[in-house]
Design a protein around this ligand. Structure first.
Ligand SMILES: *Cc1c(COP(=O)(O)O)cnc(C)c1O
Length: 407
């Protein structure tokens, strides 16, 4: 059956959280023997992804990112088994490329031509790139807190950019309304099957890479740490580990450590207060726009149940902590990341200092996005830039180009 026929609601219960089922009978054999020769990207795990025909794959080499030991800081902390899943090394610089590749491939397979997404920045950038390749017209709705540099990046791909002067949850509402009016496909984020399924590849890669480090096979870490906004990442990663467990490739599940920015931490606050449903944050107060989801919806009870059953942690860190972690990670271990990813690192430091994470435990932190260099001058108002050659001996420089500091 075509996947997009399924992305609506269940005909029986009207639920819209649908999971595909796979024929898992030969997965163990395939994963043990056939993976080695395959390309290092998400399509390596083809058998557990919900696309029917390979010719619909829209790929730019997403996934297959390195698992880097936290060399210097790990030594300093006395934790030798901390690894960074370096999701900066993807086509558009964030782990959303996994999602975009699979989701856009599925759209292509369904012959969908116009798509609407709401985003806190990175989904818009990533979907823009993949939709451009697939010849799909994309409409992005971005909350006004998204940095202008990211909006320009989105526009560069020819995507329609609609800036909504409100927070992200309102932005989602408006995007959904627009899609409905125009009869365009609306990508429902965590409720999109392809989006959730794509994030399983993170689990598959981590387990395969940790297995390689430790002498073969597959191995789950003790901890998976991620900065959380809507929670798509941990939901998909968890499902990936569940499938590895189900087919007998790993022996234990990891614990999830979910880190949110103090000024927008509906999941963490509600978890600590023992609430079964999340208390919504209507006015996010964080500089980390990427993580400003105030209303986690059904994702919260889902993740809460996992933590109650399997252990794990939810923790907040301040923006200040994140920016400090950003500098520490760059200066100590050469990893320059966007503030959202630094939230996860600040969370790691906090959980280590609280001794929630033990020195001998194997930890994987998702370095979810890059501080990719964004040229403020990529696009001017008319989207075209005239570059005048600078005449010899002339003191005149190109207008608007900022002067390098200190020269
Ligand atoms: C989307 C995003 C997150 C949050 O991911 P979710 O799993 O959707 O909560 C964290 N970091 C970066 C860089 C992101 O783009």
């Amino acid at each position: 059956m075509n996947l997009t026929e399924l992305v609506g609601v269940c005909p029986e219960c009207q639920g819209d959280w649908l999971d595909p089922l796979y024929d898992c009978s030969s997965i163990k054999k395939t994963f043990c023997h056939d993976l080695k020769g395959r390309p290092q990207n998400i399509w390596r795990y083809w058998e557990l992804l919900p696309l029917l025909h390979r010719e619909n794959i829209v790929s730019m080499g997403e996934g297959g990112t390195p698992l880097l030991p936290l060399a210097n800081l790990g030594l300093m902390l006395g934790h030798p088994n901390i690894y960074m899943k370096d999701e900066r090394q993807t086509p558009t610089g964030s782990f959303k490329d996994r999602q975009a590749s699979l989701a856009v491939s599925v759209l292509k397979e369904a012959n969908i031509k116009e798509v609407v997404v709401a985003s806190t920045g990175n989904v818009a950038i990533s979907y823009s790139a993949y939709c451009a390749r697939a010849g799909i017209k994309l409409w992005t709705f971005l909350s006004s807190t998204v940095p202008a540099e990211k909006m320009r990046e989105v526009a560069l791909y020819g995507t329609e950019v609609i800036k909504v002067s409100s927070h992200y949850d309102k932005t989602k509402e408006i995007a959904a309304q627009f899609a409905k009016q125009k009869d365009f496909f609306y990508d429902k984020g965590v409720r999109n099957i392809a989006s959730r399924e794509s994030m399983k590849t993170l689990a598959f890669e981590m387990a395969e890479q940790l297995g390689d480090i430790n002498g073969g096979g597959f191995q789950a870490p003790d901890w998976y740490i991620q900065a959380v906004s809507g929670g798509l990442g941990p939901v998909g990663v968890w499902k990936g580990f569940e499938e590895l467990m189900a087919v007998g490739l790993i022996e234990k599940m990891p614990k999830l450590a979910l880190i949110q920015a103090e000024g927008c931490a509906p999941m963490v606050n509600s978890f600590k207060a023992g609430l079964a449903e999340a208390e919504i944050i209507t006015d996010p107060q964080t500089l980390v726009a990427t993580l400003a989801t105030g209303c986690p919806g059904a994702v919260y009870p889902y993740l809460r149940n996992i933590l109650l059953e399997h252990g794990g942690a939810m923790e907040t860190v301040s923006d200040q902590d994140a920016f400090r972690a950003m500098h520490v990670m760059a200066q100590m271990d050469g990893l320059s990341m966007e503030p959202a990813a630094a939230i996860a690192c600040a969370g790691l430091f906090k959980l280590v200092s609280q001794q929630v994470i033990k020195p001998d435990e194997t930890v994987v932190v998702n370095i979810s996005g890059h501080t990719f260099p964004v040229d403020k001058l990529i696009l001017d108002d008319r989207r075209v830039r005239n570059c005048q050659p600078v005449e010899e001996g002339s003191a005149q420089r190109r207008p608007e180009r900022p002067q390098p500091p200190g020269r």
